[in-house]
Design a protein around this ligand. Structure first.
Ligand code: ATP
Ligand code: CA
Ligand code: CA
Length: 430
C-alpha cells in the first residue's frame, strides 16, 4: 500500500460520498457541540442520532429536537453514533479544540484518498491538513466498535498515553437506494510537516509478512512488514527511560485488546531521520484546492478577506461551507499531541541513547486496525492456514496468543531487548 493522497475533486467517483460524509459531520458534530456539557449516561454509549438531508428545500425541518438543518447538495441520510461519548473523548481525553476539529475536516470539503486500498476493502481519506483520517469500515467492525465503546472509553480515560488509535467519531452515510457506508474518524499518526523515510506495519508474525525488497527500493513510501524489519536489522532506538515507558504502555494496551478479544492489529511505525530532513518531500499534504461548487470557487478566489481564527470560528458557526475558505491560513502544527508522552517530540517519539540523550531519529508509532474480533470467519481462516503453514507464524491466531506474540516481538526489537522473545520465523537469519 502506498501512502499517497489522490485529491478528490468533483469528478471523482467518491466525491458525493465525501461531500455527504463531511456535511453530516459538520451538522452532527456542531449540533452536539453546541449543547451544554453534561455527564455521560449509560444510554449515551448506544445512542444514535439520525439526520435527513434533502436537496429540494432551502431549509429542512428535521425531527430531532425541532431544529433546522440547512439543505444539502444531495439527498442522503446520516447517522451519528454515540455523539456525546465521542465529544467527551475529543474534548477531555484527546485534547482537540472543537472548532479546529470541524475546520480541519470540513473547511474546504477536501479530502485526499489513500492510494490503493488494502484487501479489507476499506477506503482511507485524509483531511486537507493531514491531521485526521477517515476510514470506511465494514458493518461488523462498526458493530464491534460500538460494542466495545464503553470499555474503550474507560481504557482511554485510565491510559491518557495509550498507543491505540484515537477514535474521534463513528458515523454512517446512506445514499438514496444506495449502500450504507460506515466510517470512523481517527488520528493520522504521521506528521503533516515531516517526511517519513521508512514505514513498517508490524504484527509479530512471519508468514506473508514481507514486502518485496526490489519493489521497496523503487518506492520510498512502501509500507514494509515484519520480515523487512528483521532482515534490515532494525531496532527501536530508545534509552532505558523511554523503553520502560513504552513497554509498560504497550503491555496495558495489549491487555485491553486481549480482553476485548481483538486480533489482527499492528504497530504502525514511521521513521523520520533528522539528518535527511524533509528534502525528499515525501509528504503529500500540499494539495490543490477544490471547492464544492464553481460559483463559490470563483467567489473565493476573488475575495481576499481577513484570515484570523475568530473569523474562522464565525464561519464554522454559520455552517456554510462556502464561507470557510479562510481556514487555509491557520497554523499547521496542532497542539493536541503535546499532551501525549509518545507524541510530544515533533508529534512523535524521539530516539534516545543509553544515557537517555536525544538521537537524530523520530518515531511515529501507534497500534492500528483494532476493530477485528476473533469471530467464526477468523477461526476458519486460522484452521485453513494452519493446515499448510506453521501455526506459530500465521497472523491469524486467537487473541491471547496474538497479543502475547505481538508484545514479545516489540519488546525484543527495542534496543537491548531479549532475543529469546522473538516469535518463530522472525529471529535473525531465520
Ligand atoms: P487490512 O485489514 O487488510 O490490514 P485495513 O483496510 O484494515 O487493512 P489498516 O490496517 O487499518 O487497513 O491500515 C492500512 C494502512 O493504512 C496501514 O498500514 C498504514 O499505512 C495506513 N494507516 C492506517 N491507519 C493509519 C493511521 N492512524 N495513521 C497513519 N496511517 C495509517
Ligand atoms: Ca491491518
Ligand atoms: Ca483490517
Amino acid at each position: 500500500r502506498v501512502l499517497v493522497g489522490n485529491l478528490i475533486g468533483e469528478d471523482h467517483v467518491n466525491y458525493v460520498l465525501m461531500y455527504n460524509m463531511l456535511t453530516g459531520i459538520r451538522i452532527g458534530v456542531s449540533r452536539c457541540q453546541a449543547k451544554i456539557k453534561r455527564p455521560l449516561t449509560a444510554e449515551d454509549y448506544t445512542a444514535r442520532h439520525k439526520f435527513s438531508f434533502d436537496m429540494r428545500v432551502e431549509v429542512l425541518a428535521f425531527f430531532v429536537g425541532n431544529e433546522l438543518t440547512p439543505s444539502a447538495r444531495y439527498d442522503f441520510k446520516f447517522k451519528d453514533y454515540a455523539p456525546w461519548v465521542f465529544r467527551e473523548l475529543r474534548d477531555e481525553h484527546f485534547h482537540l479544540d472543537p472548532a479546529d476539529y470541524l475546520l480541519s475536516l470540513t473547511a474546504k470539503y477536501i479530502l485526499s484518498e489513500l492510494g490503493s486500498p488494502g484487501k479489507s476493502g476499506s477506503f482511507f481519506y485524509f483531511s486537507r491538513d493531514y491531521r485526521f483520517i477517515i476510514k470506511t469500515i465494514s458493518h461488523s467492525e462498526h458493530k464491534f466498535l460500538r460494542s466495545i465503546l464503553f470499555d474503550y472509553h474507560a481504557h482511554v480515560k485510565a491510559n491518557p498515553h495509550t498507543l491505540l488509535s484515537r477514535f474521534y467519531g463513528l458515523h454512517r452515510v446512506k445514499l438514496p437506494r444506495g449502500r450504507k457506508i460506515h466510517f470512523v474518524i481517527m488520528n493520522n499518526l504521521f506528521p503533516p510537516h515531516r517526511d517519513v523515510h521508512e514505514t513498517y506495519d508490524l504484527k509479530g508474525s512471519a508468514f506473508g509478512r514481507e514486502y518485496p525488497e526490489e519493489k521497496a527500493a523503487k518506492n520510498p513510501r512502501a509500507v514494509l512488514k515484519d520480515k523487512n524489519w528483521v532482515n534490515r536489522g532494525r531496532s527501536l532506538e530508545l534509552g532505558p527511560e523511554k523503553r520502560a515507558l513504552l513497554s509498560e504502555q504497550l503491555k496495558r494496551d495489549m491487555d485491553f485488546l486481549k480482553s476485548m478479544k481483538v486480533m489482527d492489529y499492528s504497530l504502525l511505525v514511521g521513521i523520520h531521520n533528522m539528518e535527511r530532513g524533509n528534502k525528499d518531500n515525501l509528504r503529500e499534504n500540499q494539495l490543490t484546492v477544490f471547492h464544492p461548487d464553481v460559483t463559490a470557487r470563483r467567489k473565493a478566489s476573488n475575495a481576499k478577506g481577513p484570515s484570523d481564527a475568530s473569523n474562522v470560528r464565525k464561519a464554522v458557526r454559520s455552517s456554510d461551507p462556502k464561507m470557510l475558505d479562510v481556514a487555509s491560513q491557520l497554523p499547521p502544527m496542532p497542539t493536541d499531541r503535546s499532551h501525549f508522552l509518545f507524541y510530544q517530540d515533533e508529534g512523535g517519539l524521539r530516539a534516545t541513547d543509553e544515557q537517555n540523550q536525544d538521537m537524530d531519529v523520530i518515531y511515529y508509532l501507534g497500534v492500528i486496525d483494532i476493530c477485528t474480533p476473533y469471530n467464526t470467519v477468523k477461526k476458519l481462516e486460522h484452521f485453513w492456514k494452519s493446515m499448510t503453514e506453521d501455526r506459530h507464524t500465521i497472523s491469524c491466531v486467537e487473541p491471547v496468543t496474538y497479543g502475547q506474540r505481538f508484545l514479545n516481538f516489540l519488546l525484543s526489537v527495542m534496543r537491548g531487548g531479549n532475543p529469546a522473545l522473538r516469535p518463530e520465523g522472525l529471529r535473525p537469519n531465520e
